[in-house]
Every structure is written in structure tokens, then in C-alpha cells.
Design a protein around this ligand. Structure first.
Ligand SMILES: *[C@@H]1O[C@H](CO)[C@@H](O)[C@H](O)[C@H]1NC(C)=O
Ligand SMILES: *[C@@H]1O[C@H](CO)[C@@H](O)[C@H](O)[C@H]1NC(C)=O
Length: 983
């Protein structure tokens, strides 16, 4: 592979990394004239009514605004904030009615503790450097200063400062600069002089290190040569005028008044520390990342919010009360809706649409919702004003309004404008209304108002539009209208064996349910469409777990006049058929639904269908069930990084979050199905992983991710995810995190007690949406992912070997298998960072175990043992990059440092300073090491230590020490202690 090719693609890959589009599409926070407005702080319906919470939110956000203005050097503050009070609280005259504000789209959520974080503030995030996080979670205990551990000010410092630390994660995509050992970011590392150094932002924060339990000197971890996990750095709260530090490091220190930056002053960023900021952002300072976001920079690179003094940084607050969702369903009835996508099934699009929407209204829209309906061809017609679903009769009235017709041209904009009218009736504010618009064709030219114009109106009105395209020839702007209104986009190709039309519509309704409605609405366990030839049968097994089971619905849809024969058998053998009393049947829509009242038996249910018709037909099977009262249900939600892929090569990520309540479920089997643009049977199966590599930001946080790279041409690709627990590997992760937020006094932090509970068998289904690819080239545009989890597993002192580990990327991002690795070493990180290609290569003769030329498949662990040819005890730094068969590379990995130097203990009460080091004795290793992550290696070493009874200064290499060959690839979460988010 020519060297220059690698260099070029390295540059390309880095550019990608920095231009990823924001994954969080729901926030409506605006930034104008240095002020953030439309920030929503929402209180969860389960939080008991307490007006003090509202007052405290106001005071914390007011303090935060002032601190934000200081730390951004007068470039930003909070101007306007809405506080959303739940439906469960009493009405009060001072509450306005919520319009666009909802709990599920809010930026800051006040909710009972997540067991994983207890009362520690954190931000839920799943995407990379510089990208927005999902939301900030604060508990009522934190807001009210009623945390059992002690006062919030003593624990984390002033709450306004904590809020801005979290805001850094949420808005700017910057990460923690302190160590998080449980997540693989150690508290200490070896600097380039071989000295033990505290993981932080700047070098000279003053304090001392000691064992937080005993208060004495720290003892050393023989596997790493670094202080053990009980060793903590205790900063002096009074830094004596220096030690300014960073908002993302120790926000509680009085002197912290800025983010770390690239100047040579008091805030100088330390790119060498093995923290999450450096790993995810490739050594960039937090201020560099903050000022590169769209809030601070125009697309042409000019700064758009220059420093500005303001009279007051105090925000204005509105208190609004949540209301039920308003949906307007908008359907294309143009002539093309008469098309038949599969002649052997002989059913026009309009009939499949009618069947699907009829079923959606009968089963999928929660009680209390308001629903209106519009149809359009070359103009729009209102079918139904907003109607509240209170009774079964209301449902039937709405279902009866669903059109089944096709004629005329296509004016999508006309349909959208009419929907805005429906939401504005009787002088109502349309803001917060939800339009679900379906179309199968391109908009005809010359009709008015067109989709471009109507989209601008929808944006101005604050309405969310979810788009559903039916067939690949649907208008290209359908994804754009969704993206620009904070909506989601879905696609159905017309393939008989896909049910993505129904899945997309259901998801569009579900995603914007109010928090209260969502808690009681049904979950999709199973969804499938099959084409049955004459006389053909189909059987499926559906697992009903005990977290659901209330009001379970088994639904069947068909296309032939003579219907379908079906039977449902319960785990204990009860058989239900069309003649059972619990069946809702509609011949016109061609659907039948078996509705089981109360809690259905947990276990395997058998579904059987047979085609009695004299022709082939399409049969749709779905199973939905509601939570059983006792516990929160297991849920799965899938989504995409971006639906509108304009440039080749695209960065297309599929995500799925699997949780029970707020606790993540790890080790589940998550498979995405991607259906290509043609309505052939082409589909791709993609395994989503929760391994903290490639597209996945954090290991074991319950968010599973993967890149989709198998595009075959321009067009639409529909994606859905199925989650199962086939081999019983899935586990519910509940724990109190060691330090989700940096504690002023680390000895106050609860001890990390991550626990895993087995999860019963379950299955869930979720529509992720559509990728619309607008540009395609047949060249290989996808480099292997950047490696971000390079770690030192073990150093053997006498043999001078270092065992390194990382998660293998693929040929294309995190898919497939790379061709080879390029590993380099250097005396310091600076020269590696400045010129990876000029650093000394680790060549094959230095590799004593593993292979740099024969990578394992993406997602597996790579182990390479390197014999270091240098004989001194100075620091050696390693980095690695993967190459694919076309020489594309993902850029250099994070760095790890090693020394062959040893010391007995570290720190203890004395004024050690974070950059000072104690005496060194013997031989030792350092580097980026998550001891907890490497349970196999640690065990071997622990055995050796206890066997030798004395502190090991030299570990002799024996064949058994060579663990590269026999360590199994990661196969489950046991022994891992990672965190979902960062504080
Ligand atoms: C949409 O309508 C506007 C206003 O009539 C017009 O300027 C614009 O060119 C139209 N766009 C398209 C794509 O037809
Ligand atoms: C199913 O039952 C309904 C009435 O409950 C009946 O009208 C219909 O003909 C039955 N369909 C089949 C295929 O047996």
C-alpha cells in the first residue's frame, strides 16, 4: 500500500470525524445574540407535586447562566427557559399551556434517580466529539438539595457550576477530563518523563493523592504499575490564585473560570492525559471543540458570537403544563396510489395504506390524543377536524375516515398546509402539533403551495412533521421536511415481505407520546409481513416476557377476499381462532385482532397462518402488549444518525437503546434489517454492538450501534431493529457509579458496586427509519473506524514485552475485517501526534504474539505482544491505525504509554501536586489501562502476586504469561464496570 495514500485518507477521515451531523434532533434550543432560548427543563409525571422544585430550577439555571457567560468569555448565556410541569400536577393560573414542549423532547429532565448514577447529575449521550447529547438528568433530590449523601454544594460544588459542566456534555459534545476507572479511564498515568501523573486537564492543579479509605499512601496495582483503584487525587479547594483548570475537570474549584484551551496560559490543555475527552476528541482541548460547534462558528469558519457584555444574564422563565398530543394524519391519494407493487398479490397501494392506517387508529394511538385527517392530490381536503379519542366510538369514527382512493396529481405542500390549518382551528396555536405525512410520488411542478414553501410554514409554526415515503420514487424532500421540523423519516418500498409501512407509522405516533401516555401505551414485540402462495402456511413463535402482557393484541392483516386462516396458541396450550369471542374483525380493512384482556401468560406463544385463497397474498402479523403493572417494561427504541445522506461516502449509523426503566440491558442480541431501495427481496442484516468501538461511544451502556456501509446505489433504505435474548446473555445493569460527577472530596463518592441481573427471554421490535442516499460512487469510500480503546494489558519486565489490546475495527468503519495494522512507537505523544507516519514502526519481527497483518473481524479483541528493542527505562508511547484493502485508514488511535520503571507506593497526605512523582524503584508499567475491563489478564496476575507473597518487582515471563494467544474474545459483560453517560 503506498504511504501517501494512507496519509490522504487519514486527512479525509479526520475531516469526517469533525463534520458528523448532530444526532440529537429533538432539541429546539436556539442561539441568537449570544443567548440560548427555548431550553426546556421538564419534570417527569412520576415526580410528586412540589412547587419548590420550580423555584429551585429557576435559581440553579440563573446561577448557571452567569457561570456560562464567564466560562465562555462572555459568548453565551441562557436567555429564555421553559419549565414543563407534568399533567399529573394540579392546574394553576400561572401555568401556561404547553405548545411544543414535551417531556420526551426536553433538554433537562427532572426525574427520580437512575440506579446507575444515583443522584449524580449526568448527560445521556451516544454520539461523538462535538455532537449534541440527548438530555441532562437531574434528580428531585439534587434540585431540592436533599441528597442522602450530603449537601449538593459539599458533594459537587455550586449547582449552577455543575449544570454548566453537564451543559458542556449536552450542547458541545465535550467529555470528562478526569479519570473514570470504571469506564477504562485511569486516575493516573505515566507522563513522558516516566512520572506518575494525575489524569486531568491542565498539569498543575494542586492537591495530594492518597488511599481514600485509609487516608494513607496508595499501594500499587502490580498489573499496571499505577496506583490502585482506591487511590484518589484530593484537590485543594483553594488553589491559591493559580490552578484555573477546566469546567470539564473540577468545576467546583473556585478558580475554575474557563474550559481548557490551547493557549500557553493557565488553562493549557493536556493532550496526554488518558481521559475520555482526549480519547474521543483525539487530543483536542474542550474549548477548541466548544468553539467549533455551530453555536460558535458559521459554516465558513468565522466566529458568530463574539464576546459581548450584557446588562443581565438572568433568564426569563415560562412555566408551562404538559398537554396531550395532537396528530394530523395526511395521506396522498394521487393516481399513483393505485399502483400495484407486486402483481401476484394484486393489491393497490391505497388498499394497503387503508388497512395499515385503519389498524393504527384502532390499536396504535393512545387514548387522550387528538387526531385530525387530511387527504391530498392536486389539492387538499380535510377529512376530520381534531377529534379527541375518549371512547371506542371515537376510534371507530376516525378509522372510518381513512381514505381508500386514488386519483389526480400530487401536491404534498397542499396537504401539509391544510394540516397546519387543522392545527390552527378556532385560533389555536399550532406549535407542538404533529403531522404524519405519507406520499408515494414526486410533487408535480407548478402546484401551489409546494412542499418547499409548506416546509417553511411548518418550521415557522413550530410543528413537527414525520414523513413516510411509499416507494422509492417519492419526493426527495420528504426526509428534509422531517429533518427541518425535528421529525423522523420512514420508508416502505412496497415489498410484500416488509411491514415497514406499519412499523414506521407506529413509531411516528409513539415517539411523540407524552411521558404519561408512553408509559401506558403498547410495545411492539413482533412485526412481520409474509407472502403466502396458494395453500402455504407460516408459523412464528413470539416470546411474551413478564414485564409486559397486559392487553396483548395478536393482529392479522391480509389481501385476498377469502381472508386468512389463523390460530394463536398460548404457552399452556389454549388455542384462539377467528371464532374466539375476543376477536375484533373488519372485513373492509381485512384485519382481525385477538385482544386478550388482563395479563397474558408469559412464555412462547405460537402463531399459525395459512392461505386458503386461490391466489398468493400478503399476510401481516404483529404482536403488541402493554406493561404489566408491577415493574417498568423492557423497551427497545431504534433510530438513525441522519436520514438525509447527501454526500458520498455517508456516515450512516443505526442505533438501538435497550433498557428496563432507566437501567441499561447489556449483552442483548440486536439485529438491524436494512431493506434496499428496490422492492426486490434485497435485505441486509447488521448486528449492532455495545462495545464502545466504531460507531458505539460507550461500552455496556445499553445503546447498541453500528455503521451501515452496504449501499448499492442511490435511493431509500428502510431500517428496523429486532432485539432478543436467545442465549440468556442479556443482563440488567444496576449500580451506583463510583463517580458520575467529580466529587469535591473523592472519599464521599459511593463505592462502585456495578451489579448485573440476568434478564429473562424477551423480544422487541422497533422501526429505526430511512436512509435516503442522494449520491453514490462505486469506489471504496469507507475507511476502518478509528481505534479508540488501545490499552496496555500487561508488561513483562525482564523480557521487555508489552501486551496491547484493542477492539478490531472493520474494512468499512466497524463492519467486516481490516487488512492490516500500522503500529508506531515514540518517546512522547507530541511527536506521534505531529507525525504518526514519521514515528518508528513496530514491525513484524518485534511482534512476539498476535499479528499486525492478519486482523480479527470487527468487534473482536485484538491482542498484540510487542518486544521493545530499547534497553533504557524511559517512557515509550504506542499508537495504531487500521488499514483496509484500498489503503484507507481511520486515523491514529488513542495513545498508551509504558515505562520499565517501578515504585512501591504513591502519594499520601503530602503536597504531591498532580504533576509530581514519588521515587521510583524497580520495574513497572503504565499506560491507559482499564484494569476492570481486562478481567482475564488481571486474574492471572493476581494469582501470581498472592503466590509469591511479596510485592512483585519483577515478573518473570513464562509461557503462561503470554496471554495473547489464549484470552477469549469478549463475550459478555461479566466483570465490566462501565458507565452509561458521563457527568
Ligand atoms: C415552490 O414555490 C415557490 C413559490 O411559488 C417557488 O419560488 C419555488 O421555485 C417552488 N419550488 C419548487 C421546487 O417548485
Ligand atoms: C371471522 O369471523 C367473522 C365474525 O366474527 C366473520 O364475519 C368472518 O367471516 C370470519 N372469517 C373467516 C375467514 O372465517
Amino acid at each position: 500500500m503506498p504511504r501517501h495514500a494512507a496519509l490522504t485518507s487519514l486527512t479525509v477521515a479526520l475531516v469526517f470525524l469533525f463534520t458528523l451531523c448532530a444526532a440529537n434532533t429533538h432539541t429546539r434550543v436556539k442561539f441568537e445574540n449570544n443567548a440560548y432560548s427555548d431550553l426546556v427543563v421538564a419534570i417527569h409525571p412520576d415526580v410528586p407535586e412540589d412547587l419548590e422544585i420550580i423555584d429551585r430550577i429557576k435559581s440553579i439555571v440563573t446561577d448557571a447562566s452567569e457561570y456560562l457567560h464567564i466560562t465562555t468569555r462572555q459568548r453565551a448565556y441562557f436567555g429564555g427557559v421553559s419549565i414543563l410541569v407534568p399533567e399529573t400536577w394540579q392546574d394553576r393560573p400561572e401555568y401556561e399551556s404547553a405548545t411544543w414542549e414535551t417531556y420526551d423532547t426536553s433538554d433537562v429532565r427532572i426525574a427520580e434517580p437512575n440506579p446507575e448514577f444515583d443522584h449524580n447529575p449526568y448527560v445521556r449521550t451516544f454520539s461523538g466529539c462535538g455532537e449534541k447529547g440527548e438530555y441532562m438528568h437531574l434528580t428531585p433530590g439534587f434540585i431540592l438539595d436533599q441528597v442522602p449523601l450530603g449537601s449538593t454544594e459539599v458533594l459537587w460544588g455550586p449547582s449552577g457550576r455543575v449544570f454548566i459542566h453537564e451543559w458542556g456534555h449536552l450542547r458541545y459534545g465535550v467529555f470528562d477530563e478526569y479519570g473514570i476507572p470504571a469506564e477504562g479511564y485511569p486516575n493516573f498515568y505515566f507522563n513522558e518523563n516516566g512520572r506518575i501523573t494525575v489524569t486531568g486537564c491542565k498539569i498543575n492543579t494542586r492537591g495530594y493523592s492518597s488511599n481514600y479509605r485509609t487516608g494513607g499512601r496508595c499501594s500499587m496495582d502490580s498489573a499496571t504499575g499505577l496506583p490502585d483503584s482506591e487511590c484518589q487525587f484530593f484537590p485543594y479547594l483553594n488553589q491559591g490564585g493559580s490552578g484555573h483548570g477546566s469546567v470539564m475537570y473540577m468545576q467546583f474549584l473556585d478558580a475554575v473560570d474557563h474550559f481548557c484551551d490551547d493557549s500557553d496560559g493557565d488553562h493549557k490543555h493536556n493532550a496526554d492525559a488518558p481521559n475520555k475527552q482526549n480519547r474521543v476528541c483525539d487530543g483536542r482541548s474542550t474549548w477548541d471543540v466548544v468553539t467549533s460547534t455551530e453555536d460558535f462558528k458559521a459554516p465558513d469558519g468565522t466566529q458568530i458570537n463574539t464576546a459581548r457584555a450584557v446588562a443581565s444574564t438572568e433568564p426569563t422563565f415560562r412555566v408551562v403544563k404538559a398537554r396531550k398530543p395532537r396528530y394530523v394524519l395526511v395521506f396522498d391519494i394521487s393516481g399513483s396510489m393505485d399502483s400495484i407493487d407486486d402483481v401476484s398479490i394484486n393489491t393497490p397501494r391505497r388498499s394497503l395504506l387503508h388497512q395499515t392506517v385503519y389498524k393504527l387508529v384502532r390499536e396504535g394511538i393512545p387514548y387522550g390524543s387528538h387526531v385530525g385527517m387530511v387527504k391530498f392530490d392536486q389539492w387538499a381536503t380535510r377529512l376530520l377536524d381534531l377529534t379527541e379519542i375518549v371512547t371506542e366510538e371515537d376510534r371507530q369514527e376516525i378509522a372510518d375516515a381513512v381514505p381508500n382512493e386514488a386519483n389526480g396529481a400530487t401536491c404534498i405542500g397542499c396537504g401539509l398546509m391544510e394540516a397546519l390549518e387543522v392545527l390552527s382551528m378556532n385560533g389555536a396555536d399550532p406549535a407542538g402539533g404533529i403531522v404524519i405525512i405519507l406520499s408515494d410520488g414526486g410533487e408535480n411542478a407548478g402546484l401551489s403551495p409546494n412542499l418547499t414553501v409548506a416546509t417553511q410554514h411548518a418550521v415557522a409554526a413550530g410543528v413537527t412533521v414525520h414523513s413516510v415515503t411509499y416507494s422509492s420514487s417519492a419526493d426527495q424532500r420528504m426526509e428534509e421536511v422531517a429533518a427541518s421540523t425535528h421529525g423522523r423519516a420512514f420508508f416502505y418500498s412496497g415489498a410484500a415481505n416488509s411491514n415497514s409501512l406499519e412499523e414506521g407509522l407506529r413509531e411516528a405516533v409513539r415517539v411523540q407520546n407524552s411521558a404519561a401516555a408512553r408509559a401506558s401505551s403498547s410495545l411492539q414485540l413482533y412485526s412481520n409481513a409474509v407472502k403466502l402462495e396458494v395453500g402455504q402456511t407460516f408459523n412464528a413463535t413470539v416470546l411474551l416476557d413478564s414485564s409486559v402482557g397486559e392487553n396483548t393484541e395478536f393482529s392479522f392483516g391480509w389481501t385476498a377476499e377469502s381472508g386468512v386462516d389463523w390460530a394463536v396458541t398460548s404457552p399452556s396450550g389454549t388455542v384462539y381462532t377467528n371464532s374466539s369471542v375476543q376477536v375484533f374483525y373488519n372485513h373492509q380493512a381485512k384485519i382481525a385482532t385477538l385482544k386478550l384482556q388482563g395479563k397474558a401468560q408469559a412464555g412462547s406463544w405460537l402463531i399459525h397462518v395459512a392461505n386458503p385463497a386461490p391466489s398468493a397474498q400478503r399476510v401481516v402479523l404483529t404482536v403488541n402488549s402493554r406493561p404489566s403493572a408491577a415493574e417498568p417494561p423492557i423497551t427497545a427504541n431504534a433510530w438513525l444518525s441522519n436520514s438525509d445522506l447527501q454526500v458520498w461516502p455517508p456516515k450512516a449509523v443505526v442505533y438501538a437503546e435497550v433498557t428496563q426503566g432507566l437501567s441499561p440491558i447489556v449483552g442483548a442480541h440486536v439485529m438491524a434489517t436494512v431493506q434496499g431501495p428496490d422492492n426486490q427481496q434485497n435485505s441486509y442484516i447488521l448486528q449492532l454492538r455495545d462495545d464502545g468501538a466504531g460507531a458505539d461511544l460507550t461500552r455496556n451502556d445499553g445503546t447498541y450501534s453500528a455503521y451501515f456501509t452496504q449501499f448499492t446505489g442511490v435511493g431509500r433504505y428502510s431500517v428496523s431493529a429486532a432485539v432478543t435474548n436467545p442465549d440468556g446473555q442479556a443482563q440488567l445493569k444496576t449500580s451506583v457509579a463510583g463517580s458520575a460527577a467529580p466529587f469535591q472530596d473523592p472519599s464521599k463518592a459511593p463505592t462502585s458496586t456495578t451489579s448485573y441481573q440476568p434478564v429473562e427471554s424477551f423480544e422487541r421490535q422497533s422501526a429505526a427509519g430511512v436512509f435516503q442516499l442522494l449520491d453514490y460512487k462505486s469506489e471504496d469510500g469507507f475507511p476502518p473506524s478509528r481505534i479508540t480503546d488501545l490499552e496496555v494489558v500487561k508488561v513483562s519486565y525482564t523480557d521487555r514485552t508489552v501486551l496491547l489490546r484493542w477492539t478490531a475495527p472493520g474494512d468499512d468503519y466497524d463492519q467486516g475485517q481490516a487488512s492490516q495494522y500500522d503500529m508506531r512507537m515514540s518517546r512522547d505523544t507530541k511527536s506521534l501526534r505531529a507525525g504518526f507516519d514519521r514515528a518508528a514502526p513496530v514491525n513484524g519481527s518485534m511482534v512476539t504474539s498476535g499479528s499486525l497483518t492478519n486482523p480479527v473481524p470487527a468487534g473482536s479483541h485484538e491482542y498484540i505482544q510487542v518486544l521493545v528493542p530499547l534497553t533504557d527505562d524511559k517512557t515509550i508511547v504506542f499508537a495504531v491505525t487500521a488499514l483496509d484493502d484500498n489503503g484507507n485508514t481511520g486515523g491514529n488511535s488513542n495513545f498508551v504509554s509504558v515505562t520499565f520503571d517501578y515504585q512501591d507506593s504513591y502519594g499520601e497526605g503530602s503536597d504531591s501536586g498532580s504533576g509530581l512523582s514519588a521515587a521510583t524503584i524497580g520495574a513497572i508499567v503504565g499506560g491507559v489501562l482499564g484494569a476492570a475491563l481486562i478481567i482475564g489478564a488481571s486474574i492471572v496476575i493476581a494469582v501470581k502476586i498472592s503466590g509469591s507473597k511479596t510485592r512483585i518487582r519483577e515478573i518473570r515471563i513464562t509461557p503462561r504469561d503470554n496471554m495473547g494467544a489464549d484470552l477469549p474474545p469478549y463475550s459478555g459483560p461479566q466483570g465490566k464496570m462501565d458507565m452509561t453517560a458521563h457527568a
